[in-house]
Design a protein around this ligand. Structure first.
Ligand code: F0G
Length: 451
């Protein structure tokens, strides 16, 4: 029997098609909008395809002790809620997911929010949240017999895609903006064997070009316009709900770039709610960098009804995106859950990243926008002390070591960016010091620190 129980529904005009009918660019032939995966059998209460909440909770917990490779994946462990393959035997997995949820002891004290946590998606096999989406969409590519897969990327998607393509035995093509991606990520794409093209274009230009290419050649597009990516990326919502014993946190805060991830997490929580696994949805807020904030502007201008692309500039290169593909889906998630959409400055991002680092939880600059955003929300009184808040950290700190070193050396930010924040920044900087190779010199350096 086929495990495949899904169809695709256009987010814009609502037309429904089978998975096999999707166009190479995953845009609706009628209105040009993106698709969402849906499972018709879930709608019928008492229908034989509708998952049973109690049985699922039990099964998913049991799988944690299983010796089956598929059960070790934090994505496929929940496979009843992503029946997108003809056979789960085709799943391409690197044991992604099952990432840690850390209590933020220092930040919770500083902000007066006792129940403050970080879900660290940087602890995935290729070091970012993209792995959860890539395992799902790469499995579809393999099952459908593609030989080539491709993505445009600010770095993490390409690293994840190259790794999963290598595992699946497929060839991969990466389009990246020249000089605008962190070395850690570029090195991964090379190491995993992708054909890596650096273009004199930004991310939005790379994605536009790739959209044309996949219409001319049998190459499977693996950007988050591909709705199967979002099916994998919704599973951290299941992990978070499970970690809180199926009582969802009050508030989830997510960075926003191309806006696939916020859309996916919103879908994940919505499905849990609709299926009766949780009693409510968390508020979902999206934070962007001030220099790459098209969704923030959209909310300020017309409550998320239309979006004007911007020319994006931020050192958080992962979210340097001016024309986000999934903005309509993300806007819907924010509106439906009562979340906020706001932006943070370059200095606020750098400070928040160093604060997370000081807790022993390194992350990428793009991930640190979540803490920077929470600090702003707290000042506005939008988050109460008694709330349970989860920050989604999207990438590993080693992805962009240059950024971290520049911050601690004091060469990251310009004077006008740090105005008024000099003391706060100085407290966080831990530059390496040159000392003579003697005990006395090292102990003297220690004394300097204590002072
Ligand atoms: N955080 C990190 C570390 C990212 O790499 C990205 C996106 C985001 C946040 C934003 O997520 O796009 O779903 O809103 N990186 C993409 C890439 C665009 O190509 O790796 P989003």
């Amino acid at each position: 029997m086929s495990d495949n129980l899904h169809q695709l529904r256009c987010f814009g005009c609502g037309v429904r098609i089978s998975g096999a009918e999707a166009q190479p660019d995953f845009r609706c032939a009628l209105c040009g909008d993106l698709f969402e995966v849906e499972y018709p059998g879930w709608g019928q209460r008492g229908g034989h395809d509708r998952p049973n909440p109690g049985a699922l909770k039990w099964l998913w917990r049991e799988r944690r002790c299983s010796s089956e490779a598929l059960d070790h994946s934090g994505v496929w462990r929940f496979r009843e809620l992503l029946p997108i393959l003809d056979s789960f035997g085709n799943a391409v997995t690197l044991r992604e997911g099952n990432t840690p949820l850390y209590h933020l002891t220092r930040a919770s004290k500083a902000l007066g929010i006792d129940q403050l946590f970080a879900k660290h998606q940087g602890m995935n096999p290729s070091g970012s949240f993209k792995d959860t989406g890539m395992t799902a969409a790469m499995s579809v590519a393999k099952e459908r017999g593609f030989e080539w897969v491709a993505c445009a990327s600010t770095g993490n998607t390409s690293a994840a895609m190259a790794a999963y393509a290598a595992r699946a035995g497929l060839r991969s093509l990466v389009l990246i903006p020249e000089g605008k991606i962190a070395w850690g990520k570029l090195s991964q794409a090379m190491d995993y064997g992708a054909v890596t093209c650096q273009l004199k274009a930004d991310f939005d230009g790379c994605l536009r070009l790739l959209t044309q290419i996949v219409k001319e050649a049998p190459i499977y597009l693996l950007n988050s316009v591909n709705p199967y990516r979002l099916e994998g990326q919704k599973t951290p919502a299941f992990e978070i709900a499970e970690a809180f014993d199926w009582n969802v946190p009050d508030h989830l805060i997510v960075p926003g770039g191309n806006l696939g991830n916020s859309s996916a997490l919103g879908k994940g929580f919505r499905e849990l709610h609709e299926l009766g696994l949780v009693a409510r949805m968390p508020r979902i807020s999206v934070i962007q960098a001030a220099g790459a904030n098209p969704l923030v502007r959209s909310f300020a201008n017309n409550h998320g009804a239309t979006l004007e692309p911007v020319e994006a500039h931020t050192r958080a290169t992962a979210i340097r995106i001016g024309n986000p593909a999934s903005w309509r889906k993300a806007a819907r998630v924010i509106q439906a859950t009562g979340g906020w959409c706001l932006d943070v400055s370059e200095a606020e991002i750098a400070i928040a990243k160093a604060e997370l680092g000081a807790e022993g939880l390194g992350c990428e600059p793009a991930s640190a926008v979540t803490l920077a955003g929470l600090k702003k929300l707290r000042v506005r009184g939008a988050v109460a002390p008694g709330e349970t808040v989860v920050l989604l950290l999207t990438g590993h700190t080693l992805k962009d070591a240059d950024y971290t070193i520049d911050f601690h050396r004091g060469t990251l930010l310009k004077e006008d960016e740090t105005a008024g924040l000099e003391a706060e920044i100085a407290c966080l900087q831990r530059n390496a010091v040159a000392v003579d190779p003697t005990p006395a010199a090292v102990l003297a350096a220690l004394k300097g620190r204590v002072a």
